[in-house]
Design a protein around this ligand. Sequence first.
Ligand code: RB5
Length: 148
Amino acid sequence: MKKVYIGADHAGVLIKDFVKQLFEKRGFEVEDMGTHTTERVDYPDYAKKVAKAVAADKDSWGVLICGTGIGMSIAANKIKGIRAAEVHDYYTAKMARAHNDANVLCFGERVVGEGVIESIVEAWCETHFEGGRHLNRVKKIMALEEEC
Ligand code: RB5
């Protein structure tokens, strides 16, 4: 069973259970890596936890939610092996999978509502990486990790 690691900061925690359930309904095993309350926390700490779990567990996915999705995606992309995509809607979620083979889904609780999140999860789960010319581009992205 494909595993999904999920994390949020205080600005994403209220929608986290809803997102968890969307993945569980689709048959994924979801591991919640916090935070669990609305007490203020630092989003890089949760991005690090989830991104490291995804990097260590081949074929898993991560989901990171903060106020905007921006900070989580910036932080997660610092971890080797991670392609975190901040998405806003069905189309951006679909393209993140189809063209970028993204393995961490990021969005903002202050940006998207439940209806849009449902369509984001649907696009993310039902879209396969297209490979082909996109594979070479993704390989070039991953090769950048060796230049740092
Ligand atoms: C927290 O106020 C907010 O800065 C954070 O959730 C996120 O949006 C950062 O990118």
